[in-house]
Design a protein around this ligand. Structure first.
Ligand code: TMP
Length: 218
């Protein structure tokens, strides 16, 4: 029922712009869709997003970080994603469980079995049907991400992850590529160095193909 598409990638990979364009594209074609994000997508998720992404006057250890992302996801799946899919919508989600496996598991080095268990618990059995991975060198992505952060209001800058060492971001990229290699059926790796228009075309191509395969094209 419905179609669940996730967008993943390192910081500054351009996935958020592409998710907006994909939402507009589906809207133009009259295909009902929910555009959402993690952490976020619900009132609880937005509160947790602030705690997780803004550098606050408190520490967040990796274990607490993992549990907070999982809590945001559990609420998001139950409150927003499952109902939208049950209503036959296309759900376009900016990051999902792969982000936890890669950032908290692969890059932070938390026990992978625990991460997988919490991912399974929070997604309630609903894996994405398609995952678009926007891949590009971390230096390029970080430069783009930092330019965007500069424009944010002081105190509201979502830069806790951007502030990590280059080696951390390299692990994130590597972790995503490994995940894509493991699950070739679900992942499509997109070279994110292209222009916005080029990337849009590629995203729409993958969406159209998936909609056709599922008999959901109108
Ligand atoms: P973004 O919405 O701008 O992509 O920012 C989300 C940040 O949170 C990004 O740095 C990746 C990080 N993140 C995790 O570490 N684990 C997760 O499970 C999710 C959803 C995001």
């Amino acid at each position: 029922m419905g179609l669940f598409v996730t967008f993943e990638g390192i910081e500054g990979s351009g996935k958020t712009t592409q998710i907006e364009l994909a939402g507009e594209y589906l809207g133009q074609r009259g295909i009902p869709c929910l555009r959402t994000e993690e952490p976020g997508g619900t009132s609880l998720g937005r509160r947790l997003r602030e705690l997780l992404l803004n550098r606050g006057p408190f520490a967040i250890c990796p274990e607490a970080e993992l549990l907070l992302f999982a809590a945001a996801r559990a609420q998001h799946v139950r409150e927003a994603i499952l109902p939208a899919l049950a209503a036959g919508k296309v759900v376009l989600c900016d990051r999902f469980a792969d982000a936890t496996a890669v950032y908290q598991g692969y890059a932070r080095g938390l026990d992978m079995e625990t991460v997988n268990f919490l991912n399974a618990f929070s997604i309630q059995g609903r894996h994405p049907d398609l995952t678009l991975l926007f891949d590009l060198p971390v230096e390029t992505g970080l430069t783009r991400a930092r330019t965007r952060i500069e424009l944010m209001t002081p105190g509201q800058k979502e830069d806790r992850f951007e502030a990590e060492e280059l080696s951390f971001h390299r692990k994130v990229r590597e972790g995503y590529l490994l995940a894509a290699h493991r699950e070739v059926e679900r992942f499509r790796v997109i070279d994110a160095a292209g222009t916005i228009a080029e990337l849009r075309e590629t995203v729409c191509f993958h969406l159209d193909r998936m909609l056709m395969e599922r008999g959901l094209n109108t």
